[in-house]
Design a protein around this ligand. Structure first.
Ligand SMILES: *[C@@H]1O[C@H](CO)[C@@H](O)[C@H](O)[C@H]1NC(C)=O
Ligand SMILES: *[C@@H]1O[C@H](CO)[C@@H](O)[C@H](O)[C@H]1NC(C)=O
Ligand SMILES: *[C@@H]1O[C@H](CO)[C@@H](O)[C@H](O)[C@H]1NC(C)=O
Ligand SMILES: *[C@@H]1O[C@H](CO)[C@@H](O)[C@H](O)[C@H]1NC(C)=O
Ligand SMILES: *[C@@H]1O[C@H](CO)[C@@H](O)[C@H](O)[C@H]1NC(C)=O
Ligand SMILES: *[C@@H]1O[C@H](CO)[C@@H](O)[C@H](O)[C@H]1NC(C)=O
Ligand SMILES: *[C@@H]1O[C@H](CO)[C@@H](O)[C@H](O)[C@H]1NC(C)=O
Ligand SMILES: *[C@@H]1O[C@H](CO)[C@@H](O)[C@H](O)[C@H]1NC(C)=O
Length: 571
């Protein structure tokens, strides 16, 4: 009882959940949990879920995986929360006379649809309720297996490790009702500027799912390397990867897709084109114009090496036909979408393209329209929905189908302009949600005029976007009320010019958590006010400890001093 008093006095009496649920209440009763606790799953009648022939996970596998993750998180990947209590305090519950969680009941009210792991935005209901009674009965209720998984994720965040062993919560009774604000909550990872082994990508997917993100966008090819194996076009990866072993085989891709899907994360593959394709040249040089022009690469591309798919070439059409026919049937079991890229196309590159020989947008625009139409018609024919970068719509004036999702990155105005044209938009303004910014330049500047001009060598999107800046971003900023429904959500982005497996975790986590909370909970609180850093930071600090405990090298938020006695570091 002495302990309970201590908790009431010192511990911030909020459940440190991340992302924050729509509504919750909690108490201060201690309950322990044993690894033999009985877990019961009551599925809706005739739970089907998934596709038994496609290889994608079924409802039963999703639920089983979520239960296993819950066990491993609570019993093996937990932490002792000394950082969140006053120093020298006796913050841990007594280990005598333990009361336990007596049951964990998972109630799925509605059968999963066959596309449960590959929905279009909004097609899966991820809402859940979670209750834990003082007597120890825990219940998660949801309308889908993914909702059950989301609820169990929240459940794990109620528990701490005890320094004498065992796991407990000091928050019973708990009542939570929760659902996401946005249906597309993504992390975009570039695996082409640097190569990442499958294990690193899986760890990143796992952390994304733990933050209730539900989309993992794999920017899998770019001008610097083509690591994705395409069996019908073997030279793409065998010549275009950085090194012949640094590739993703069809089995690797499937492993990633499955690992994401089973956690309710839809893996979306992007082949960026027509720009950002110089690496195709290594295997198929006849398809690329303006390849690696040096030293004046910047006339032809945003980054070296320059190089773009030719824009009026039947060989390119044949190539794309073969590429998408090979890849998309392997995408389809795990995603409703395929991303056809389209950012940063440089018109100058077509001066050197013998099929066009022009940089005149009046000449290029109809060709770009044909290029996009060809790709999107094939994407649709193969049963998927296209995503494109905003430049195709807003700079190149390409007429897009109503089904196409437009991914914006340049400004809040881009989101507003996209929805004003009636298109569905993804947000992710680079001034807020680009995780690569603020590292400084990766280009080298020659001593003299160039070095002087660029000193102190900031990058184009500096400063570093700390979590507070990311947290201040509202995907709906500047969007008229009558169009907010067209903003499906957004993505945080880790471009990999200066990120490789060594610093991946700390480049992404815990900053991407800030985007995850904005996307799940909304940028504004229930009163319509901007969310407060003061209450977010201890919750995020706790989430950081949980990520570290599960093997993610997430950076610290602040000093333990700031967390040990309520708000001590606010200004
Ligand atoms: C199930 O997957 C198979 C193989 O990918 C596919 O042919 C079939 O159309 C799918 N069925 C449904 C209902 O999605
Ligand atoms: C399930 O669906 C019903 C009916 O649409 C809705 O009222 C409820 O909020 C949903 N979520 C949960 C967790 O029951
Ligand atoms: C595109 O190529 C065809 C021949 O394949 C040519 O007739 C046409 O003029 C070209 N279009 C442009 C805009 O260069
Ligand atoms: C797209 O339209 C805008 C506004 O009319 C124009 O300024 C721009 O040049 C057009 N872009 C292309 C590629 O035609
Ligand atoms: C709330 O956040 C928005 C950005 O999303 C910002 O423009 C606005 O000034 C903030 N309001 C307050 C009161 O801080
Ligand atoms: C838009 O909706 C918000 C929240 O519902 C409201 O506060 C605001 O006044 C509305 N703006 C306009 C222009 O109607
Ligand atoms: C929103 O309102 C504006 C101005 O009243 C109108 O022009 C626009 O078409 C509306 N957009 C939608 C999606 O209804
Ligand atoms: C803890 O915070 C309370 C309230 O702000 C303050 O009165 C107390 O002195 C603090 N304790 C320590 C050890 O700093």
């Amino acid at each position: 009882m002495k302990f309970l008093g201590a908790v009431a006095l010192f511990a911030p009496l909020v459940v440190a959940l991340w992302p924050i649920p729509s509504t919750y209440s909690s108490g201060s009763t201690v309950l322990w949990i044993d690894s033999n606790v009985k877990v019961t799953y009551t599925g809706a009648n005739d739970v089907y879920g998934g596709n038994t022939t496609s290889g994608a996970p079924l409802t039963s596998q999703i639920v089983q995986f979520a239960i296993q993750k819950t066990y491993s998180t609570i019993f093996e990947k937990n932490f002792v929360p000394w950082k969140f209590h006053p120093r020298n305090s006796d913050f841990e519950p007594s280990t005598s006379n333990k009361n336990f969680i007596t049951s964990v009941t998972l109630e799925q009210l509605v059968a999963d649809s066959p596309n449960v792991v590959k929905p279009l935005a909004g097609e899966v209901d991820e809402s859940y309720t979670l209750s834990v009674t003082e007597e120890g009965a825990a219940t998660v209720t949801a309308n889908s297996s993914i909702g059950i998984a989301r609820g169990l994720t929240t459940f794990t965040q109620l528990f701490f490790q005890h320094s004498n062993g065992g796991a407990y919560t000091a928050l019973a009774p708990v009542d939570i009702s929760d659902s996401p604000k946005f249906s597309h909550r993504g992390l975009n990872m570039d695996v082409a500027r640097n190569y990442f082994p499958v294990a690193d990508i899986k760890r990143t997917i796992d952390a994304a799912a733990y933050n209730k993100l539900n989309r993992f966008h794999l920017h899998v090819t770019d001008s610097q390397s083509w690591p994705l194996e395409i069996p019908a076009l073997p030279l793409l990866a065998s010549k275009g990867a950085y090194e012949s072993s640094l590739t993703y085989s069809p089995a690797d891709l499937k492993e990633l897709q499955y690992y994401a899907a089973i956690q309710g994360v839809e893996l979306i593959v992007e082949i960026d084109m027509p720009g950002h394709t110089a690496s195709i040249w290594f295997g198929y040089p006849e398809l690329i114009s303006a390849f690696n022009i040096q030293p004046e690469w910047s006339t032809y591309a945003a980054e070296p090496p320059s190089g773009t798919l030719k824009l009026n070439s039947s060989k390119v059409d044949d190539f794309l036909d073969t590429l998408l026919n090979d890849l998309l049937p392997r995408v389809k079991p795990y995603s409703a979408y395929f991303h056809t890229g389209g950012d940063e196309v440089n018109a100058n590159a077509y001066l050197l393209d013998e099929t066009v020989k022009s940089d005149d947008t009046a000449v290029l625009q109809p060709l770009m329209q044909k290029f996009v139409d060809r790709n999107h018609n094939q994407v649709r024919a193969l049963g998927l929905t296209p995503i494109v970068w905003e430049e195709m719509l807003l700079d190149w004036n390409v007429t897009l189908g109503d089904d196409v999702v437009v991914q914006t990155w340049l400004s809040d105005q881009s989101v507003a302009n996209t929805v004003a044209k009636g298109h569905k938009a993804l947000a992710g303004n680079y001034n807020y949600w680009y995780l690569d910014c603020g590292k400084g330049q990766w280009l080298d500047f020659t001593p003299g005029a160039s070095a002087e001009k660029y000193w102190p060598f900031n990058d184009y999107c500096y400063p570093f976007h700390n979590w507070r800046l990311m947290y201040s971003y509202d995907p709906l900023q500047g969007v008229p009320n009558n169009s907010t429904h067209l903003v499906l959500g957004g993505e945080a982005h880790i471009w990999a010019e200066q990120t490789d497996p060594v610093n991946l975790d700390r480049m992404v986590w815990p900053r991407a958590c800030a985007a995850a909370e904005v996307l799940w909970s909304g940028a504004k609180d229930a009163q319509g006010q901007n969310r407060s850093q003061v209450t977010a930071s201890p919750r995020l600090s706790e989430m950081r400890e949980r990520l570290v405990a599960r093997g993610v090298q997430a950076e610290p938020i602040q000093m333990p001093f700031c967390l040990m006695n309520g708000t001590q570091c606010a200004l």
